[in-house]
Design a protein around this ligand. Sequence first.
Ligand code: NDP
Length: 451
Amino acid sequence: MASYADNVMSELKARYAYQPEFLQAVSEVLESLSPILNKCQKYQDYKILERIVEPERTISFRVEWVDDKGQIQVNRGYRIQFNSAIGPYKGGIRLHPSVNLSILKFLGFEQIFKNSLTSLPIGGAKGGSDFDPKGKSDNEVMRFCQAFMNELYRHIGPTIVVPAGDIGTGGREIGYFYGQYKKLTTRYEGVLTGKNLLFGGSLARTEATGYGAVYFAQSMLEDRKQSLEGKVCAVSGAGNVATYCCQKLQQIGAKPVTVTDSRGMIYDKDGIKVDVLKQVKEQERASLVRYKELVPSAEYTAVADYPKGLHKVWTVPCFAAFPCATQNELNKEDAQVLLKNGCQCVTEGANMPSTLEAVHAFVDAKIAYGPAKAANAGGVATSQLEMEQNAGMQSWTFEEVDNKLHTIMQNLYRNAASTAEEFGAAGNLVCGANIAGFKKVADAMIAQGVC
Ligand code: NDP
């Protein structure tokens, strides 16, 4: 007989067949909730699954702006307010041509459980636009951000929705969003996180997601009497998360040897030069071809030359892999190659970087596998620390924030690991993270009634 979760999933598949990323994210969560759903009938009685898979509110709007040639440009903007059971909606703004409702709903759905796992009072949300900042001048980016905020400002606020960065949204974009919010509302308040230090940003927020993923990996490995020290690591991505993941790995004595972007991959056998990476990506906003120009001993492979059906970065023999670029960048075949080459640890810095089949391969192989909603929660947790500092008109030191982040990641790991054990799935952090994240939100929804 089909289970409660199966029935909800089938209905969802029929209703949202055109939203594959969203269905994938829900599927991953629902298939791991059976231990708690079997034990607690109340979640079915209160129709929690049917309710939790529907966003509380979806806002979509037109964004029109004028480019440097005087031409009018039109983009689509969105904000998904997915779940506010345990706190104000919190989640980033993604600016990428691939952005659509399926991608934002998958990200918003993941965010509910991730935010819950941090143990901080934050609900789940996500937003963005199909605007591509790549190749645009600073002025064009500014005009787009202002146009986006012209609509968004009426839906956000420090106790309502607090957006942050994501793919394509870094410090520059957050600054432009913030300036326009202030202009429109005349309020100077902590309505966005990832802000510049000059106007309410938090030290260590930039580093938080990448650092947090490494702290999470350390916790997983400590429990297995292993460590990252002296180990070769494969990292994908070359943006915010990947850069600070590489930096932290080096600080603890590990050796990240790869980074990737949408056009290709760098293999630097001597270890990624983080200062060069920052120059290429943060300052010059160039492709990784530029890294190769600056470090001639590194090898560059264009996407067109990747082995068929594989992402080349995962063919590099490594002890630990850190997918930090984007969704579905690590498939079943990639997972098999990683495992064959002896990879012992996979920690997801990006959101849903592994396909469902790859997740199953890692769980079945019983390696240390840190799923995104646990392993990359350091970013949103530190955003919440930024909100706390803004609310208290304080500014904490780098060490203070970094120590809090470290503790949050350790607790998060323990919570996911002990929940997995409690529900008979010891070592399965997908199960542990999903159940722990779900339980708090579901119980809060029940306590708040049907509203
Ligand atoms: P950035 O925009 O800073 O960097 C993204 C990197 O991934 C870039 O190197 C980009 O390449 C590459 N990339 C993006 N899309 C694709 C694609 N379709 N195919 C191949 N490569 C791609 O983003 P972040 O580092 O902030 O985010 C990376 C991931 O981490 C995302 O999944 C995000 O949701 C997740 N995340 C981010 C958090 C944060 O605090 N920033 C918090 C939690 C999760 P190129 O340079 O060519 O564009």
